[in-house]
Design a protein around this ligand. Sequence first.
Ligand code: G3I
Length: 470
Amino acid sequence: MSKSLASFVLLAVLASPALAQTPTVSLLIDHGFPSSGTLNIKSTLADVATRKGQAFHFGSTYDTYDPDAAWTSSIFTTFFNHIVAENGCKWDATEPSRGTSSLTGCIGVQTFATSHSDTFRGHNLFWHSQTPSWLPGGISASDLVDNVIPQHVMQEVTGLGADVTSWDVVNEIVGDGVSNGMSALQCVQNKNSWPTKTSDGSSQNLVTDLSFVYAAFSNAFKYAGSSTRLAINDYNTGGNDAKTACVLAVLKDVQAETGIPWDRLAVGFQSHITAAPGQFTSKSALATTFANLATLGATAMITELDVKLSSATSANERYQAAIWGDYLDACLFASNCNEFINWDPRDDESWLGTSSAGTLFDSSGNPKPAAYEVAARLAYYAAGNPELCATAAGTGSCTINITGGSGGSGGSTTTAASVPASTPTGGSPPPAGCSTAKYGQCGGIGFSGCTTCASGSTCQVGNAYYSQCL
Ligand code: G3I
């Protein structure tokens, strides 16, 4: 083989995401946080809410047909505090024939949530997939927009009531071949599916404007509870890409047309990603997108996160944990992100298939490194610590060093001398104007003492559970 051909082959191999070397990553669970044993993070989630200033909905999917009922009940008691129906609230399940409301499965999921002191979100009110047998049928554009969609949305939203944190009002309506600068209508027409096209094989134009989107949102707004967020939900979004720009363009168009207040509108970033360089959105790009939504007054939510692995090696599971931690940190540290859904709780229940190992718990229901890392990130945030660097970028860019504070942008760490001490979890708040002498404790998970150090010393994080005035 000639040298030039050999170098070409080598480059091709290295460029292949599947074959690219898995980056070495730095994780919080390397620094004193639990990385084995059972996890109970319900109280940590409450502490996260204290720092956030509002509830933090950290959840997964459930349907009333559940192969692992005992495990599922336990995990939604000890680990998740939020639930979405994987399939039970979709159109095929909730309106099997036109005008017939069949909400048993969907309400069953909401009831399960309530019985486990968890919150509930609705997925979804409009999707071109998983439609009942009578749809799309020969229904005209005007009948769909003026009657079918309003009827469906009304009966499902009123049926589930006001105790719904958010609804995916429209799901996956933006095309995958969009380009920057497209109008909202062009973005949706690019999907090239029902209802902008017929689905009888003729692919004729059907709904030639965004009226079906307006109908879904305006009726959801009409019938939903006053605090329920109304989302456009899609996949392969989150970064500085054309599809994300399209989703925002559609949302702006919906807001202008319907007049729904921005603080009721949201974007769901599904986040079905792969643990390989370039196969997920970087933490900084997510943060920028979330901030752009915050500027509008809208909400960002991670709605369907799973992280597919090429194989369940230790290095890949650590990489998965780093990616999961970055996505979670992007939401935790955003002012407008308070729902974070992990799609399917365990590998053997995943739509990806068990071998993709794409969830937080393995096929026996045991926590994986990603589950421990997520628990650590939540605890670290709840303790009042600053944001970590992007661990999914690998140790060449980000190394966590709790002793010296969280990792900086370079391989070296940043000494976080001014790391805020822990958020008091439980107990009475420290007295105002207090002062901790040098070498005294000033923070850490569970610490509720004085977090202000005497002059001449600063509060430095020794580990997650102990900060000291030095
Ligand atoms: O309920 C029937 C059962 O009676 C039948 O015996 C069985 C075999 O045909 O099928 C069962 O229905 C399946 C359903 O899941 C419930 O298990 C459908 O075939 C199957 O297609 C459906 O897959 C779901 C998929 O959406 C449908 O598109 C997955 O569970 C679900 O995880 C997945 O979720 C979607 C989100 O809603 C939107 N974003 C993408 C995400 C992944 O595709």
